[in-house]
Design a protein around this ligand. Structure first.
Ligand SMILES: *Cc1c(COP(=O)(O)O)cnc(C)c1O
Length: 344
């Protein structure tokens, strides 16, 4: 059977042989009681890598973001957030469900909110009005086709946050993709946020888990929130161990994923029905509009599936993601399938 080329997401990556080995050999304890040495090693490595005081291993990126919003906000407060962000759109409304705060979504230029507009939307509390207590930023920006949000933009927002004494939570699910694409060290991105979440389970290929980094008080309280949300896990060193491998061995290779995404995007962008500017592909996510005279999106995806190519429909288009388990052959196979199916 031919290999399935799975472009649905970088979450489909399988653990590497080194990860499997690390899992089998992991020294474990009870992490809720605070004595799993492998989790402690991963948290120390994450804090060090991001230049923060402390780190917390969480089961998912969504839980990392939920914990952060919960720690930084109280009821009767409001959070400024980019309108296409993952937190606002794809995390089952935890901002209202768990933290009981209202989101204030703002438009952006490919993920970069206008700093003046951010500042104009900061609200001082009154009997009518909630207090703005948090700004969330995201980089790379998933729903903006993996866009790299410029550092100057993030710095300008940080400056405004400081002036108004507001916290920033940084959704850095793919912060290593951002760093590899921009050449800016992850520590500089992490410095923008009072807290930052990043995923081990996406391009870095670990089977599960994300990390939250911040100051010690944030992490201490976050640990209590994680427990309350049911995220305290016991011998979880078996999952921290591949996370250590992910952080140590899997970050530099992300450039390959970006190069393959660029190749795929440039090769399909001229075909009938495809609405895509390959210059907008900064990292490993390709989102394109699809408007073909003969094929609908579901039919086209079905035809691809028959050729053992998987991708997802997204709002107004189709999404392809490159990752460790996509090689040059998968990209060639996809380009060939596009040419055959879309040729007029
Ligand atoms: C995937 C993702 C998350 C959430 O991570 P999960 O582990 O899937 O819960 C958060 N933010 C962004 C930008 C993501 O892409």
């Amino acid at each position: 059977m031919a290999k399935i080329s799975d472009f649905r997401s970088d979450t489909v990556t399988r653990p590497t042989p080194n990860m499997r080995k690390a899992m089998a050999e992991a020294v474990v304890g009870d992490d809720v009681l605070g004595d799993d040495p492998t989790v402690q090693e991963l948290e120390a490595l994450a804090a060090e890598t991001m230049g923060k005081e402390a780190a917390l291993f969480v089961p998912s990126g969504t839980m990392g973001n939920s914990v952060s919003v919960k720690v930084w906000t109280r009821e009767l407060e409001e959070v400024i957030i980019e309108e296409r962000s993952h937190i606002y759109n794809m995390e089952s409304t935890h901002m209202t469900f768990i933290s009981r705060v209202t989101p204030r979504p703002l438009p952006s230029r490919r993920g970069a909110m206008d700093p003046d507009e951010v500042e104009r939307n900061i609200r001082k509390p009154s009997v009518h009005i909630p207090r703005t207590s948090l700004i969330c930023v995201e980089n790379t920006h998933n729903n903006w086709s993996g866009a790299l949000v410029p550092m100057e933009n993030l710095r300008a927002i940080r400056e405004i946050a400081d002036r108004h004494e507001i916290r920033i939570h940084f959704d850095g699910a793919r912060i290593f993709n951002a760093s590899v694409a921009s050449g800016i060290p992850v520590k500089e991105y992490a410095a923008i946020g009072d807290s930052l979440m990043f995923c081990l389970s996406k391009g870095l290929s670990a089977p599960a888990g994300s990390l939250l980094v911040g100051n010690k008080d944030f992490i201490d309280y976050g640990r209590r929130v994680r427990k309350a949300l049911g995220g305290g896990l016991r011998q979880v060193g078996v999952l921290a161990a591949p996370g250590i491998v992910a952080l140590s061995e899997m970050t530099d290779r992300l450039k390959e994923d970006h190069d393959r995404a660029k190749k795929l995007a440039s090769s399909i962008s001229e075909l009938p029905g495809i609405e895509l500017n390959p210059e907008n592909i900064d990292t490993n996510i390709i989102i394109f509009g699809f408007n073909h005279p003969k094929l609908t999106i579901p039919v086209f995806l079905e035809q691809l599936k028959k050729r053992e190519i998987l991708a997802l429909a997204t709002r107004g288009g189709i999404r392809f993601v490159t990752h460790k388990d996509i090689n040059d052959e998968d990209v060639e196979k996809a380009i060939e399938a596009f040419r055959q199916l879309l040729a007029s």
